[in-house]
Design a protein around this ligand. Sequence first.
Ligand code: 5GP
Ligand code: ZN
Length: 111
Amino acid sequence: MTDCIFCKIITGQIPSDKIFDDDQVVVFRDIRPKAKVHLLIVAKEHINNLFEAKPLHEKLLSHMLLVAPMVAKQEGLHNGFRTVINTGAGGGQEIDHIHFHVLGGGGLPRF
Ligand code: 5GP
Ligand code: ZN
């Protein structure tokens, strides 16, 4: 996806404040944080969103969920965190490349 911001971050064409990287995901800080800590867990494979996810992505999606508590702890969110996945325009998705938000550390409104 040549015009995808997150694909460009993954390849290093656009800089990011990266805190974790493995064979399946990259995790970096959101450029406009909505909480004291706001991380984005981004799949290295370009999948638009959950609507486009297939059974073959099961391992990737569960890996992304397991990365969430790991990076949350790494960032000091021992008390807990919120995960958000926006899907499509109706879900308020801005970047069409699958990612999970991890938020915490204060500044979170009640949901
Ligand atoms: P969405 O609304 O698609 O679930 O979330 C996209 C998130 O990506 C937003 O919270 C937005 O602040 C963040 N974002 C957009 N462009 C960039 C960027 O270039 N770098 C980083 N680090 N975050 C971005
Ligand atoms: Zn992409």
